[in-house]
Ligand binder design. Structure first.
Ligand SMILES: Nc1nc2c(c(=O)[nH]1)N[C@H]1C(S)=C(S)[C@@H](COP(=O)(O)O)O[C@H]1N2
Ligand SMILES: [Mo]
Length: 583
């Protein structure tokens, strides 16, 4: 925790470190109050526009691709909490520094005001430049900044004055919470490692930093420790309560809106064929054939999930060679071609053996039908557009080959997932699903617009970030059980997993133990060529260390390559291998 170093035995002006600590604490409490105020304003206006979220979104978009890849590799889907935590940490440090620089008797110095204004404008700028941002989205940041200023001013009024009779030392090295133990320097001289000429230097050399004249009625004791601690503590508690309450209210309200929409999906006119007997093997540790919605992997750039209102949602179809059309959510639900299909979705960032792949039963409208209604033709039939660009409410753009969408595969605008309306995390109310293409080139969530254009004329979001414009899914197989690093008992062991070659189909899966021959695994029945297929191999495990590898062969007789390739630019390759020991 923060060490105030308010030794009651020490004179009220305290040491430099003590005064800095007070300044830093004032800055932290003021920033906390400002963020809480922003949450309250956000909850009353638009919760997506609060400064932490919009700045986080901006950071996501501005992060250079290699750094982003590294973040995903190191953190997986924990990247979002880590990002928000990082921003909060940067803010905390800045707030402490501003608090120290602002340390004045009675008021907030120019540095404090400038610092607060800088952060408030950064938040406001990030908010209005979001794809779904509007002018009112500056409110949380601006009012948050104002509250920060007011609180800092209040706290300054009870903060200790600078040491009388001499100029405060140049600050550079700063006592931060948890930053070693500067106790030795608390009452004595300046920290040893200060940096001459550091940017913060001007703050304290400024003549205004000298004690300002006191009001006649003011008690001469200077620092009213009790008052400061009470004020800081009460403000921090009120901020935590208000900020937490606002967050809670915003999410409760969003859930209420979701429940209120109480979407009832109609029965699809074209139901999915029944799942064949034997498509799902009963083996411990094997992925279920259908991935439940709440354990389906989630990959997107959205820090706060867009929560769209289905009753006002509309989709605009337009662009090259298309007559402009617009569809409401009810238009889609009421269509006679509403169909149900099983499709396995995969992310291009899924490493070999990874978990960014899932299988679901989707309900949706054929994209081809919508395009034909707009008069769109495939490039092979003389159509002028070869790229279909999907846009989401949060500004994502995803480019899909028009030819793929029109070649007869079940590309759909999905409204249902495993018998439920789409969960908000998976794109409510409407997303695209295209069998055989990685999500980043097909599966746009929170879809609001389809534009026909060409690959030559438009790069979708991930393309300038180093990913291939075209992303057919590569054939892959994964061992689900036993797992890498397991220690198991010798005897009969079911080695089992899933394999996928969407839109082509899996014809064989082979398993290799150590450096032995490739052995045919038993395949579960195929649901459709667009779904993954389970497989199992019974293995007589003998004591010792073993390596198990797997490979699939697609319906066109192409074996999965063993050559290792990274996920960028167009999907990982290589065989999944697990190492385990048998006793
Ligand atoms: N709006 C939007 N749609 C998106 C994305 C995104 O970041 N934003 N990510 C895409 C990627 S990379 C993948 S793999 C799939 C993941 O879909 P899921 O989260 O439902 O599994 O969504 C796609 N659709
Ligand atoms: Mo993805």
């Amino acid at each position: 925790m923060f060490d105030l170093k308010l030794d009651p035995a020490r004179p009220p002006t305290g040491g430099i470190a003590a005064r800095r600590s007070v300044g830093a604490l004032a800055g932290l409490v003021a920033a906390g109050a400002g963020l809480a105020a922003a949450e309250v304003v956000g909850a009353a206006t638009r919760p997506e526009a609060t400064p932490l979220l919009v700045v986080g979104d901006a950071v996501v978009d501005l992060t250079p691709p290699p750094l982003k890849d590294l973040a995903v590799t190191l953190l997986g889907t924990a990247d979002k909490p880590v990002l928000l935590g990082g921003i909060a940490a940067v803010l905390a440090v800045a707030a402490a520094l501003i608090g120290i620089a602002a340390r004045r008797r009675d008021t907030v110095g120019a540095f404090g005001i400038a610092g607060i204004a800088l952060f408030a404008s950064a938040g406001a700028a990030a908010a209005v430049t979001r794809p779904d941002g509007g002018p009112f989205d500056v409110l949380p940041s601006v009012l948050g900044g104002a509250v920060t200023y007011v609180v800092l001013r209040l706290l300054s009024a009870s903060a200790p004055p600078a040491a009388p009779g001499r100029r405060p030392p140049v600050s550079g090295a700063v006592d931060l919470p948890g930053d070693g133990d500067p106790a030795g320097s608390a009452g004595s001289a300046e920290p040893a490692d200060r940096h001459p000429g550091s940017p913060a230097a001007g703050a304290d050399v400024d003549p205004v930093a000298l004690p300002s004249p006191r009001h006649p009625e003011e008690p001469s004791s200077g620092f009213d420790r009790r008052r400061f601690v009470l004020l800081a503590g009460a403000t921090a508690a009120a901020s935590a309560a208000a900020g937490g309450g606002a967050r809670w209210y915003a999410s409760a309200r969003a859930d209420a809106v979701a429940a209120d929409r109480a979407i009832r999906l109609p029965r699809p006119a074209v139901p999915a064929p029944a799942l064949p007997d034997g498509a799902e093997l009963d083996i411990d540790g094997l992925s279920s054939f259908f991935t439940p919605n709440d354990s389906f992997y989630r990959i997107d750039t959205a820090l706060s999930v867009p929560r769209l209102d289905a009753t006002t949602w509309s989709l605009r179809v337009h662009g090259r060679g298309a007559r402009e059309r617009e569809y409401s959510f009810d238009d889609l639900l009421g269509r006679p071609d509403l169909m149900e299909r099983d499709v396995t979705l995969a992310c291009v960032s899924n490493p070999v053996g990874g978990s960014y792949v899932g299988n679901a039963r989707w309900i949706g409208v054929p994209v081809a039908a919508l395009l034909r209604e707009a008069g769109v033709r495939s490039p092979a039939d003389g159509g002028s557009a070869d790229q279909l660009v999907s846009r989401s409410s949060d500004g994502m753009t995803i480019g899909t080959p028009v030819a793929d969408v029109l070649d007869g595969r079940d590309a759909m605008l999905a409204v249902g997932m495993n018998g439920r309306p789409l969960p908000v995390e998976h794109g409510f109310p409407v997303r695209m699903v295209v069998p055989g293409l990685y999500g980043y080139v097909s599966a746009c969530k929170w879809l609001v617009e389809l534009e026909l254009t060409s690959f030559a004329d438009f790069d979708a979001y991930w393309v300038p970030r180093g990913w291939s414009a075209r992303g057919p899914i590569k054939t892959q197989s994964r061992i689900d059980t036993p797992r890498d690093g397991d220690r198991i008992a010798s005897g009969r062991v079911a080695v089992a997993g899933v394999a996928w070659a969407q839109h082509v189909g899996v014809d064989a899966v082979e398993v290799r133990i150590d450096n032995g021959p490739w052995q045919q695994a038993r395949l579960a029945e195929e649901d459709s060529s667009d779904t993954w297929r389970q497989w199992v191999l019974e293995w007589d495990a003998e004591p010792g260390d073993h390596r198990i590898g797997v490979r699939a062969t697609d319906r066109e007789g192409r074996p999965q390559t063993g050559t290792q390739a990274p996920v960028a630019p167009d999907g990982a390759t290589g065989h999944h291998v697990v190492e385990l020991s048998v006793n």
